[in-house]
Design a protein around this ligand. Structure first.
Ligand SMILES: [Zn+2]
Length: 395
């Protein structure tokens, strides 16, 4: 904690006292809820809901009209610009908002609609349904940590070490809290698709839930106390990439590092064969003559540079990767008759945390904070309330 505050030593003393007061009075007492748009890329005009667990209040606009308990079903349908809610033999109508509000702690429901093309999904806590522009907007209002558990489960999968789940939970939470304004015009904070983070159903794995709640409210920040862009990929191939060599801008905490933990992963090495004719045609787009001898097209050493020189012409490695659909931009090449053999390392863009490297470290006893600080340079892991208190003190 003391180390964290050395960063803000330039702040005015009065601000620091306010921040300290807020942190020690607010930490661990605020459960943050977020609103996630469900079925967010689909046009929804009807919904079927089944209560899985607990009791709910049913409200139309702000009026309580009924209660529901486990096993009860509800259907909502748009008819003549009103939406009608069928519960047992009763029909409730509104032209603006329906909500299901949890009456106890472990509430959950199944939800689906006619055009989803998939099975009903199960979510926890509250449900809000808005009507506008002849479609329904479906919003799950949920505790941040339960949301984080569900996203980590969808992203990281099952049977992974707990310290790895903790590092993924902090990455997920950092991303979520720094993108809360993305869908404000639609009435929610984050969507349920890859655009925000995939949120397909509630978390069902106790270990993942423990990982989220044991790191409750922790996020990654840079030296200015701004949440970081915590990018990650499958396997670094033994060396991560600097952000400016893959995208455009340099970022202080996304710097290339040697990552020996990743050489143990299943995505460490790969190979791909490409015809020499196709290979030469690609480089011809950069003004490189197709008449050059074949050995002039070879890349002798895998690097994490931005470009590679072919006959003294710089060619972006990321363009070679995307054109030939390669697993990574970290490779060297050899000749095999009329073909080029690409010998690659790693999987993904290579910037930030390597998932397979982080898993290897976690299995071998490295804790989540050390894993995160290994892959993200000079970052701090702090409570969300700390960041909010600092930002509010400067308003
Ligand atoms: Zn989104």
């Amino acid at each position: 904690m003391l180390k964290e505050f050395t960063i803000i030593s330039k702040m005015q003393r009065s601000n620091l006292f306010i921040i300290l007061f807020l942190i020690f009075t607010c930490s661990n007492t605020i459960a943050q809820n977020i609103r996630v748009g469900l079925f967010s890329k689909q046009i929804v005009t009807d919904i079927q809901i089944s209560i899985q667990n607990g009791k709910y209040l049913l409200k139309t606009d702000n009026l309580i009209v009924d209660t529901l308990k486990s096993g009860e079903n509800l259907s909502l349908r748009l008819i003549n610009q009103q939406f009608h809610c069928h519960l047992n033999d009763t029909i409730y109508s509104t032209d603006s908002i329906f909500s299901l509000i949890s009456l106890n702690t472990n509430t959950s429901f199944f939800i689906n609609h006619s055009n989803s093309g998939s099975k009903a999904r199960c979510y926890e806590e509250d449900l809000i349904i808005l009507y506008s522009n002849e479609r329904l907007t479906i919003i799950n209002k949920i505790d941040l940590e339960k949301y984080v558990s569900a996203v980590v489960e969808a992203e990281a999968g099952y049977n992974k070490p707990i310290e790895y789940y903790k590092s993924q939970a902090i990455i997920c939470r950092t991303y979520a809290v720094s993108h809360l304004n993305r869908h404000i015009a639609e009435g929610f904070d984050l969507c349920d698709k890859v655009h925000c983070q995939v949120y397909p159903y509630k978390s069902m794995t106790p270990e993942i839930r423990d990982a989220a709640f044991s790191t409750e409210n922790l996020i990654l920040v840079d030296s200015s106390y701004n949440p970081i862009l915590a990018t990650y990929h499958s396997n670094s191939g033994g060396q991560t990439a600097s952000s400016e060599n893959v995208w455009i801008s340099p970022v202080s905490y996304l710097k290339s590092i040697v990552d020996s933990a990743s050489i143990n992963g299943k995505n460490y090495l790969w190979q791909k064969k490409i015809s020499l004719v196709e290979w030469k045609q690609f480089f011809n787009k950069y003004g490189i003559s197709q008449e050059l001898s074949s050995d002039k097209y070879l890349i002798s050493e895998a690097t994490r540079n931005k470009t590679v020189l072919i006959n003294n012409t710089p060619v972006p490695l990321s363009k070679i990767r995307s054109f030939f659909n390669l697993r990574s931009a970290f490779f060297h090449t050899t000749l095999d008759g009329e073909n080029i053999i690409i010998h690659g390392k790693g999987y993904g863009h290579g910037v930030g945390l390597s998932q397979e490297g982080a898993m290897f470290m976690a299995i071998n006893g490295t804790t989540y904070d050390k894993i995160l600080k290994f892959y993200y340079k000079d970052v701090h892991i702090v409570k969300l309330q700390t960041v909010n208190a600092i930002q509010n003190s400067f308003k």
